[in-house]
Ligand binder design. Structure first.
Ligand code: M6R
Length: 366
């Protein structure tokens, strides 16, 4: 049932190219210039009337939502707020008929996420659900559903659910951009073209896993690690750090790289592993400076950069390159080396990879 893999997590990591492709299937027009989301029943007029978007979710799904904020604000120019479902539901949220609420949940059964959905609907908001389970509670109660076609996810640590949630969020963002005319047709086509190719780039990352395995062996004895990034890379850093904590029990923190000087640098000491995400072209120089800052404290830096950005080799100790893609799509492939790193570290530490202590796959209680 593990398809020849040692753990469900590794199997599910390797299923990502297939899952991404399935989630895109039938949702891009033949000419490659339009998003087809028949499952969104809103009229163009209703879409044009949206004043605000609130994304709410827990854990990894929340991290997918954080990527959504950057993407939707950039492509659709609507203000987006992302909130943890257990916070949202208890804080008398500012939601009305002009708010679109997007709920993200792999299982569709997370108690807090479901309660947040109900709260949003009670206040008159329209709710779009992104979920992986057909006819789950979240799917049944939402107004519109975008299914991710990841297939069953068994490992407690979420991997293919996250990358397919990202795909669903990109499709939703491009769909909204299309209906609100916030992006030139050429730009939509360009991003869609890259999106169609992203699964093969995910496969390339998987095919090059050996160096990541070697880093895992090298770093598995550490008890602390830091993940830094800016913009979309910051959102991915949060997910990378959660993966590592969840299955290897290493204390890991993700920081927006610009925040280092505001306290975190005090924690950067000799040899501490710092995973520096530098895939965003527009922020690359800033990240290079942040890497220099931690190197000056003798941290051990693994950088992640897009192919061609070899300048990073001068500042980082090791570099993992991800295939070139449109910078807004980078999170889909940037997260994969981080999933593999967490996986192999967990294996080297002898942890129960698929069933980490104290955690359940689906949190149906508060
Ligand atoms: O089923 P859901 O997407 O609603 O689950 C949300 C979180 O419980 C889940 O993503 C959790 O954070 C994962 N174990 C992280 O790997």
């Amino acid at each position: 049932e593990k398809g020849g893999y040692d753990h469900f997590m590794l199997k599910e990591i390797h299923e990502q190219p297939r899952a991404i492709r399935d989630t895109l299937k039938g949702r891009i027009s033949h000419a490659g210039d339009k998003v087809i989301l028949d499952e969104i029943k809103m009229t163009t007029k209703e879409i044009q009337n949206i004043k605000r978007i609130v994304i709410t979710a827990c854990g990894t799904a929340y991290h997918a939502g954080l990527v959504g904020k950057y993407i939707i604000e950039q492509l659709v120019r609507i203000p987006v707020e992302v909130d943890i479902a257990s916070e949202f539901r208890y804080r008398d949220p500012l939601i009305d008929e002009e708010t679109l609420v997007v709920v993200v949940s792999q299982s569709g059964e997370t108690a807090d996420t479901l309660a947040a959905l109900r709260e949003a609907r009670r206040r008159g908001a329209r709710v779009v659900a992104i979920t992986n389970v057909i006819a789950s509670s979240v799917a049944r109660e939402a107004d519109d559903i975008i299914y991710t076609w990841a297939g069953p996810e068994i490992s407690v640590a979420s991997t293919k659910a996250y990358t397919t949630q990202l795909v669903a969020i990109y499709l939703l963002a491009l769909y909204l951009a299309q209906e609100r005319n916030t992006l030139a047709a050429g730009n939509i086509k360009e991003i869609l073209n890259e999106l169609k190719a992203i699964y093969s780039k995910a496969q390339e990352v998987l095919d090059g896993e050996q160096p990541i395995k070697d880093f895992a062996e090298k770093y598995c004895k550490h008890e602390d690690a830091f993940f830094i990034g800016r913009g979309l890379d910051y959102a991915v850093a949060l997910e990378g750090s959660l993966k590592l904590k969840e299955i290897s029990y290493i204390h890991a923190e993700a920081y927006a790289a610009g925040e280092l000087k505001h306290g975190t640098l005090a924690l950067i000491v000799e040899n501490i592993p710092v995973i520096a995400l530098a895939t965003q072209q527009s922020l690359f120089e800033k990240m290079v400076s942040n890497i220099k800052e931690v190197k000056a404290r003798d941290a051990s830096v693994i950088a992640l950069a897009m192919e061609g950005h070899t300048e990073v080799e001068k500042v980082a100790d090791q570099v993992i390159y991800i295939p070139k893609t449109h910078q807004v799509l980078a999170p889909i492939i940037t997260v994969i080396p981080l999933q593999l790193l967490a996986y192999y570290i967990s294996v080297y530490r002898g942890c129960d990879v698929d069933k980490p202590r104290n955690l359940a796959k689906s949190v149906t209680v508060e």
